[in-house]
Design a binder for this molecule. Structure first.
Ligand code: GDP
Length: 518
């Protein structure tokens, strides 16, 4: 496997490394506050002169001298996205539960994710400074989700904290250190550095910048590294306090400069012996990425084709649909319209119809019931889209109700052919708007994911809502028309017959491909 250079480590080469912790929990239960409060417990911050910067992860030295690394993106989206890429970064999950609110849906989701990843949980019952709160209720509620805390005879450590007042943060850090000891976290620092990209961006002044977590070996300034499908020489390395480092050992998050492009979060990185090897690996990875994309496409194609084949053969008697729409009226109208398409031979069943973007739970539902997801003027979250690709769940995008009805009816009658299928290309963010004679308004954009291609379909999103769907009419870099622009780069875009664009709008780009008739 490329990425894990060299042999496995000998027992003698393994040394204790600090634990890497992710904080999860329901919205507003205090994840961000707790991350901020824990950061302030760092005894090393004072030496650094207190200049801290956000680099996606930070390491504290607790008052008792223990080092702990915290991933600074709260919530389970980042955790799941990393896992989806096969990266296991987190050693311990701190589950924040607000004492005044108790176990809520995202608490349960966090438990499910941590358990699925086999990562031990420490419960932080937060907001105990609030008058009249009852942490016992939280303990009881957790029981229902198979989390048995120590005070109830179980094995899960549990600390009552107040992120606001800074209460018991030392106890929480002790609990983390204890859990780390139990896990016997060790790594070999005497080898080439490797680990995972936590976060990355294209910085105006500094070029591609990646926050990486070193998981094995020692990363050194001047190393040639491969990160995802990008490579480069580590020109500079900074910690979360903004200090320049010459080297970084296991469990230390650092920001590195010098990469050729912006690798995605969750991608592996590794230091290699020379440029030739770096090119070899990146070329291999880029080929793999293309193969994966092709495989994902054919997997998605497979499900609908299989469904059609089963309907044609009289084996499938039901078409299940999950509907997500931009407004309640459309969701209801679609529900009614689709329901009417039921025939004696094949029934249409709307499993779920709601307002909002497509999330992972929609995909889970669709997958479990072999359903098609209908997206009406809404889009899928990145995580949901990746999950759908992986699991072969079909998401179909529409903005006209009769087109939905038409497609589903064809499916019900076993005549859906040829299929027009949408292929996601990428996202761009509008940074500036220019008025250009003859062209109208031109958006100065940065591509933030995937790529944008000349003539592709675009969906303009404002505050997560689709406000326009149409076509790209020009795509430029500097003064030149270009064919495509990839992640991390800036470009100018204008839209066919459409001018209402604003700074902050997001552009989703896609292509429509026609799949051979079934
Ligand atoms: P997140 O959505 O989980 O990241 O939650 P935040 O950290 O943004 O906190 C949500 C709200 O709860 C904010 O208004 C915080 O000030 C408040 N909060 C967080 N921790 C505490 C705490 O320990 N005690 C009290 N009283 N309020 C808290």
């Amino acid at each position: 496997e490329i990425g894990l250079e060299g042999a496995t480590d000998e027992e003698d080469d393994l040394f204790a490394r600090p634990p890497v912790v992710t904080i999860m929990g329901h919205v507003d239960h205090g994840k961000t506050s707790l991350l901020d409060a824990l950061r302030k417990t760092d005894v090393a911050a004072h030496e650094a002169g207190g200049i801290t910067q956000h680099i996606g992860a930070y390491q504290v030295v607790s008052p008792s001298g223990q080092k702990i690394t915290f991933i600074d993106t709260p919530g389970h989206e980042a955790f799941t996205a990393m896992r989806a890429r096969g990266a296991s970064v987190t050693d311990i999950v701190v589950l924040v539960v607000a004492a005044d609110d108790g176990v809520m849906p995202q608490t349960v989701e966090a438990i499910r994710h941590a358990k699925a990843a086999n990562v031990p949980i420490i419960v932080a019952v937060n907001k105990i400074d609030k008058p009249g709160v009852n942490p016992n209720r939280v303990r009881q509620e957790l029981l229902q989700h198979e989390i048995v805390v120590e005070s109830l005879g179980g094995e899960t450590q549990e600390i009552e904290v107040s992120a606001l007042k800074g209460t018991n943060l030392d106890k929480l850090e002790e609990a983390i250190s204890l859990q780390a000891e139990v896990l016997d976290l060790r790594a070999n620092p005497h080898r080439a550095g490797e680990g995972t990209v936590i976060e990355s961006k294209l910085d105006r002044g500094r070029g591609p910048v990646a926050t990486v977590l070193v998981q094995r070996g020692t990363l050194e300034q001047g190393d040639i590294v491969v990160a995802g499908a990008e490579w480069g020489r580590v020109r500079a390395m900074l910690d979360d306090k903004g200090r320049q480092l010459k080297e970084a050992d296991p469990s230390l998050p650092v920001e590195i400069l010098g990469l050729s492009g912006v690798p995605a979060a969750g991608e592996p990185f590794v230091a290699v012996e020379d440029e030739t090897r770096a090119r070899e690996i990146t070329e291999y990875r880029q080929r793999k990425l293309r193969e994966k994309a092709a495989a994902a496409n054919s997997a998605a194609r497979g499900t609908l084709d299989q469904m059609l084949a089963r309907i044609q053969a009289g084996e499938q008697k039901e078409v299940a649909v999950v509907v997500k729409a931009d407004v309640q009226g459309s969701a209801e109208a679609l529900g009614v319209t689709l329901g009417k398409l039921s025939r004696d031979e094949v029934r249409v069943r709307v499993l779920h119809s709601a307002v909002g973007q497509i999330t992972e739970s929609d995909i889970q539902l669709a997958k479990a019931s072999n359903a098609v997801v209908v997206a009406f003027n809404v889009r899928a979250t990145t995580q949901a889209r990746e999950m759908a690709n992986r699991d072969g769940v079909e998401i179909r995008y529409y903005s006209i109700i009769y087109e939905v009805a038409d497609d589903i009816e064809k499916l019900v009658r076993g005549k859906l052919a040829p299929i027009q299928r949408e292929k996601f290309l990428g996202y761009a963010q509008i940074l500036q708007v220019f008025e250009v004679k003859r062209l109208g308004n031109v958006a100065g954009c940065r591509v933030t994911e995937g790529m944008v291609r000349r003539g592709c379909g675009v969906r303009l999103l404002r505050d997560g809502v689709v406000i326009h769907q149409g076509e790209l009419s020009t795509l430029r870099r500097f003064k030149d028309d270009v064919k495509e622009v990839t992640n991390g780069y800036e470009c100018g875009m204008s839209f066919a017959n459409y001018n209402d664009i604003r700074v902050g709008d997001q552009i989703e780009c896609y292509e429509v491909e026609t799949v051979a008739a079934v």
